[in-house]
Design a binder for this molecule. Structure first.
Ligand code: NAD
Ligand code: DAU
Length: 350
């Protein structure tokens, strides 16, 4: 039986990945190491928690002893590293935690893998999950490719860029078998409602203002989370060691388009008059250093590994809205307590 370590498996993308892996690969033991920060939630994994090939280990990726202990205990064949502080706005108000988890945590894992594998790299792989934000911001034209120069512009993206460099450095210096993917904005169920899409759906439900930064003209390239997970599976099994793959959905949308579409979908599904929720749209102060546009060229992944997104933007958004409306209890659970303090700090109101 193979054993893999997934870090950050209780978060948004991590929980989709763990669920996918545990069900699709019954002969692989999946060990999920997660600190359970505000963004990690074991409720996200209820349906797999009793599966025989799934194990949860609570812990911090910065804790060297804990991480090496797990490598000794389970003798991992592979690592899929997702654990991170992931929210740009939080990195602007409090960068240190991003440096700790995203940089020091990644090096801690690299050191543990290197020590445990001890030069015997056959069948081993360290997969680092990263973001398109490392490439910086585009103007009205062009796409990020794998050779675009790194130009991170927020503490979050700078910390992710540093972690990418360190992963590559361990490959070049020590021969550690690594692969990296840089993905665009994900959306889907189980995303913490500090991020645009779940935050707006939740606020529409509760008839609260829908905060749009600046003029709402910034562009993101949206990918359904299940298609990101499929890409990670494909790259893990078929990707070339030492390579980087960009992952994106070719769904460029301005933020205001996303917010208006969500108003339309939620109003329709809740039987509210058309246009009702658009009155909640509120333009607020822009994010500091707000990147204008992200757009991914994923042709390397498509041409070399045959990946293609399976869900259209329309299907994905419909599924996502349905998920949040059907999981009000989950939303209520994660938007109580600390979330209210965060919300007041960020938006100046409850
Ligand atoms: P998330 O914030 O939803 O989840 C992060 C998870 O990591 C949580 O479960 C949290 O408890 C855990 N974690 C945080 N610090 C930890 C630590 N020190 N030790 C152990 N566990 C810790 O994040 P997400 O949106 O699912 O993103 C997952 C990964 O994918 C991140 O590396 C992120 O940079 C990358 N990524 C995200 C997106 C996106 O759109 N969400 C796009 C591209 C890449
Ligand atoms: O591009 C990949 C990245 O996508 C990931 O690496 C990050 O982990 C993930 O959080 C996401 O970053 P963004 O900053 O693009 O996502 P967010 O949902 O925070 O914001 C999306 C856009 O919406 C962005 O232009 C800011 C804007 N926005 C966001 C919020 C939370 C608003 O206008 N209002 C809001 O309240």
């Amino acid at each position: 039986m193979k054993t893999i370590l997934v870090t950050g498996g209780a978060g948004f993308i991590g929980s989709h990945l763990v669920r996918h892996w545990v069900k699709k690969y019954p002969d692989t033991k999946v060990v999920n190491l997660d600190k359970l920060t505000y963004a990690g939630n074991l409720e996200n994994l209820k349906d797999v928690e009793d599966m025989p090939n799934y194990v949860f280990e609570k812990g911090d990726i910065v804790d060297c002893e804990r991480v090496s202990g797990l490598f000794e205990k389970y003798r991992f064949d592979g690592v899929i590293h997702l654990a991170a502080e992931s929210h740009v706005d939080r990195s602007i108000s409090d960068p240190m935690e991003f440096i700790r988890t995203n940089i020091v945590g990644t090096v801690t894992l690299l050191n543990a893998a290197r020590a445990a594998w001890n030069g015997d790299f056959a069948g081993k792989l360290f997969y680092h999950v990263s973001t398109d934000e490392v490439y910086g911001s585009l103007g009205d034209e062009g796409y990020f490719t794998e050779t675009t120069r790194y130009d991170p512009r927020s503490p979050y993206s700078a910390s992710k860029a540093a972690s990418d460099h360190l992963v590559r450095a361990y490959h070049h210096t020590y021969g550690l078998p690594v692969v990296i993917s840089n993905c665009s904005n994900n959306y889907g169920g189980y995303q913490f409602p500090e991020k645009l899409i779940p935050l707006v759906i939740n606020n529409i439900r509760n008839r609260k203002p829908l905060p749009v930064y600046g003029k709402g003209l910034n562009v993101r390239d949206w990918l359904y989370v299940g298609d990101h997970v499929q890409a990670i599976d494909l790259i893990f099994h078929k990707g070339q060691v030492g390579e980087t793959y960009n992952v994106g959905g070719h769904n460029e949308k301005r933020n205001i388009e996303i917010v208006k579409l969500l108003c339309l979908l939620v109003d329709r599904k809740l039987g509210r008059p058309q246009g009702d929720s658009e009155t909640l749209i509120t333009y607020v102060q822009d994010r500091a250093g707000h990147d204008l546009r992200y757009a991914i060229d994923s042709s390397k992944l498509v041409d070399r590994l045959g990946w293609n997104p399976s869900v259209t933007f329309e299907q994905g958004m419909e599924r996502t809205v349905d998920w949040y409306l059907a999981n009000e209890e989950w939303l209520r659970g994660v938007t109580s307590g600390d979330y209210l303090h965060y919300y007041t700090r960020q938006y100046g109101e409850k």
